[in-house]
Design a protein around this ligand. Structure first.
Ligand code: DQA
Length: 144
């Protein structure tokens, strides 16, 4: 492994394991496996890691685990975005920069998706560009 490679974590929250099957009219037809392989091919000089959990505490544990050593986290917290003070606190607690990501444009959707409890703890937000939101977040982190 190239020790100079940046290490970025793509972190997905609840229901994002069903991408490709879940509400394709909103989230598209691609699975996360397809998306992640495309990201690896696009960023050969970046060590990309992927982790998904439907469990809030497991997402917090992952943030703690990598949040002092890796170079950036691309975080789609799914519905926990709109509810979780604990995820906000976990992002604040670590030193690694976190970019909040959404596949859909949450501001074109239900009102309860217009509030994010994690934005204030993140370096920035990218949303509404489909699966390309993940690529854009990586580009942003690499330029920090
Ligand atoms: C989402 C938007 C959230 O409101 C929703 O709960 C998700 C996915 C997105 O990527 O567009 O699960 O984070």
């Amino acid at each position: 492994m190239d020790s100079k490679k940046k290490h970025l974590l793509v972190l997905n929250g609840p229901n994002l394991n069903l991408l490709g099957k879940r509400e394709p009219g909103i989230y598209g037809n691609d699975s996360m496996e397809t998306c992640f392989s495309a990201l690896q091919a696009r960023f050969p000089n970046v060590e990309l890691e992927y982790y998904q959990s439907n469990v809030e505490g497991e997402l917090i544990n992952k943030l703690h685990e990598v949040g002092f050593t890796c170079d950036g986290i691309i975080f789609n917290a799914g519905a926990y975005t709109h509810t979780s003070v604990a995820l906000h606190d976990a992002i604040k607690a670590i030193s690694t920069p976190v970019v909040e990501v959404h596949i859909s444009n949450v501001y074109q959707r239900e009102m309860y998706r217009h509030t994010s409890l994690i934005t204030g703890a993140c370096v920035g937000v990218i949303g509404g560009f489909g699966m390309d939101s993940y690529r854009l977040a990586i580009e942003a982190l690499l330029q920090l």
